[in-house]
Design a protein. Structure first.
Length: 255
């Protein structure tokens, strides 16, 4: 089934248990906006569904732009992710994921908060807030694409990420299954964050031919972080020139 959504505005697109669904165009935002809790803050939720594609949409005003849980064969192509809070795309237990030619920009910031006797101070570290006897609330840690808990067979290529955000990351929780067969390539990332490209326990994974830079005026180094066993080569990273090198073998280009 193909849904041609040009000109439409949708608050909360949920696909649960469906198959063979193609969404094209339109604007998708969260039902209750970018600071809502749980699904009310999701632009798109794809859970236990297969063969789903979203192409050419503006995904905006959401705490999490696209949430994938137990999904299979999902394609996100040529979309614009703007004004999202925590993540553009977050995927767990998902197999067969393709993320191509999307842009991630204009993220929503939310600093930490420390409440001491009714006075709220922003940007305080947890330990400093606790030392003052205050109640601490975490802020947003934006990621363009975050993967965890058994994501496998993913290609993330030709995307552009910019702004005050982290980029393409693996952020596991205790007990999560490792990632497998993840290819991150030909992306352009220019951000003010600590994780431009990061892979941890990732089996048969590669990071190649990406351009990673600091955002203008940023003092944070722009680097690629990967555990042993992840193939890292052919990237352009001024803060980490050792990642430039020969192309990774046995990895055809994505078009």
């Amino acid at each position: 089934m193909t849904i041609q959504a040009d000109g439409a505005s949708v608050r909360g697109l949920a696909i649960t248990g469906g198959r063979n669904i193609s969404w094209r165009g339109g604007t998708i935002s969260a039902p209750q906006g970018p600071h809502a809790v749980g699904p009310d803050g999701y632009g798109v939720l794809i859970r236990d569904a297969a063969k789903v594609s979203i192409t050419g949409a503006l995904i905006t005003s959401a705490k999490k732009g696209v949430v994938l849980d137990g999904a299979r064969e999902v394609t996100l192509n040529d979309n614009r992710f703007q004004h999202y809070g925590e993540d553009g795309v977050i995927a767990s237990n998902t197999k067969g994921l393709t993320i191509l030619r999307n842009t991630f920009a204009d993220q929503i910031g939310k600093p930490t908060q420390c409440n001491v006797a009714g006075k709220i101070t922003l940007g305080v570290k947890r330990r400093d807030c606790v030392a003052l006897g205050g109640a601490w609330v975490d802020g947003y840690h934006n990621d363009a694409v975050q993967m965890r808990n058994g994501v496998a067979d993913a290609v993330i290529a030709y995307n552009r990420v910019e702004g005050e955000t982290q980029g393409l990351t693996q952020m596991d929780k205790d007990g999560d299954a490792p990632l497998e067969n993840i290819r991150i390539e030909f992306n352009t990332i220019q951000t003010d964050g600590y994780h431009q490209i990061t892979l941890g326990d990732c089996r048969s994974c590669s990071i190649r031919m990406n351009t990673v830079q600091r955002a203008k005026g940023s003092t944070k180094k722009a680097v690629i972080r990967a555990q042993a066993g992840v193939s890292v080569c052919g990237n352009t990273v001024p803060d980490m020139p050792s990642t430039a090198g020969p192309r990774c073998k046995d990895a055809p280009a994505v078009k």
